[in-house]
Every structure is written in C-alpha cells, then in structure tokens.
Design a protein around this ligand. Sequence first.
Ligand SMILES: [Zn+2]
Length: 95
Amino acid sequence: MNKCSVCGHERNDHDMKCPECGSFYSKIAEIIAEQEAQEEMRTFRGRCKRILASDDVKQALLAELKLIWAGLTKKGVFALFVIFVFVFALVVSVL
Ligand SMILES: [Zn+2]
C-alpha cells in the first residue's frame, strides 16, 4: 500500500489526490517540479541562489565558475580570448 508523500495518509492506487491533505499523487507534478528546479539550476539567478545558499560562498563560487568553464566550448574560449586581447590592446594603446 502506498502512502501520501506529504502527510503519510494511506492512499488507494486509483486516487489522484490525497483525501487528507489534498496534495496530488500524480508523478507529473513531481516531474514538473523537478524540471523547473533543473531549469533554474542553469539560469544565472539559479546559480546565484545556489552560491548564496551555500555555507562556503567562496568555494561555491569557484565550483560554479569551474562548471561554467567546463561548459564552454573551444569556440567560446577562443571568443573570450579574442575579447580579452582586444581589451588589453585598447588599454595599452590608451596608456
Ligand atoms: Zn496527504
């Protein structure tokens, strides 16, 4: 016999909703929540949230930067390099 994941009330397999607390048994809701969480993980806001929620902000920031770096393609790295060189050349020419 399954139980409600929220309140522990025993459920019938044909029930879609818990009679005790009103939460849906459907896996779909769980999947959607999981997907939303995963989507947020990839956004800048999600990253910031995770970094701020971490006990060691510095370590979390480094881990995130490593993840971003690992996610970059060679083209992306090259583009960053070109931008860096361009900015460097600009600064040098001004000085
Ligand atoms: Zn319940």
